[in-house]
Design a protein around this ligand. Sequence first.
Ligand SMILES: Cc1ncc(COP(=O)(O)O)c(C=O)c1O
Length: 424
Amino acid sequence: MNVTSSSSVNFSALGQRAQLPTIARLMSMALESPDVLSLAAGFTDNRTLPVAFVEETVRELSHRVGEPEFLQYGSNQGRAGLRRVVAERLQKEEPAFTHTGELAEKIIVTNGSQQALYLAMQVLCDPGDIVLVDQPSYFVFLEMLVGLGIQTRAIPVTADGKIDSRELGRLLDRLRASGEASRVRAIYFVSYFSNPSGRSLSDVEKNAVAEQLTARSMFIPVLEDAAYRELYFERPEASVSVLGLPAWSPFPRFYLSTLTKPFATGLKIGYGLCTDSEWLAKMAYAKGHHDFGSAHFNQAILETVLRNGAFDRHLAELRPMYAEKCAVLHAGLAVSGLHAAGWRWEIPAGGLYLWLQAPQNLDTGLESDFCRACIAEGVIYVPGELCFGADAPRNFARLSFGVLPPGKLTQAASRFGTVARKFS
Ligand SMILES: Cc1ncc(COP(=O)(O)O)c(C=O)c1O
């Protein structure tokens, strides 16, 4: 779908900024070459989707005595039973999170966690405002910020990718000196098995960020995106979220996650827990303008599988499959000579991605010869440049092992390696 310059429609500033998402561009580039193998999309593997669990649940729901309320509109904030069961899970995950009042009341159910991100930005930021983001960061979120006219500043990191708190302090001081600090409206990070880096933030790193902000009395809203928290391979990541870390307690916090990635992406249900009741209310009002409630039937399915244990049984089956696929992609890349060609990456302990660093002078960008050569060879990836704001380094690539089965992952790795060797 493309907008031509000959359109007779006058678009708003928001409409003018709405651009074709890069992931859609990548997919259409791939469709032009039908044999292309995609390491680009962060989808889950069709073979792992829980058809049997969903069939059982739909049967169970339809045999329920009484009215089929689950096929009726639900509430704007989200199905009460689903919010309760999510609250119970969060309480187990974050025992240190002390809160007042009913936890389920602090939760908003959204159309995927993507909508939670949009709602937060819609009610916090005006065009020209600034959001501090991790680096690398979730590129669809970065594109959303561009679409809303919001600027980003990257949270500085050390050479090994950890948050550099001293540099963060300097960045905040520069923002204060230039008078821009008052435009900094929020801070965002993906903290567990991140998209794209696969890294998790430690308590020390999260605390250091809170301390730098606190030292400057910048108690801005924080968005912690925990989309991949449950997709660990062997054991959960030990770090505590901003909900449970005392250093973050003076901050308005929005902890968001998804029920779709770990179960069935097609159900597209996410949620956010907000510690600030007015912020939550504003997001709920805005959601009323979007859709006045996410698909109620999908919420009923998720409530049922969370309650009866099918969600956790499915996750238990899923984890070793993704661990294996990660190992297969890693091995395929190693065998195809990528290390010798100067590429580096770490093996993550969860999530769906390998984050590759190419030699310094190799451009992997969307318009690069390397990217074109990959498509010609029959493999696509997400260019790392998309995962940074301004001054993006051009020598990174995000490879997802989510979609392809192991055999195809090996083939895709071999194609990627062939191109990497040619460019070394
Ligand atoms: C870091 C991150 N956050 C949020 C989302 C949105 O997920 P969904 O809207 O399907 O819940 C994604 C999807 O890829 C993601 O990677």
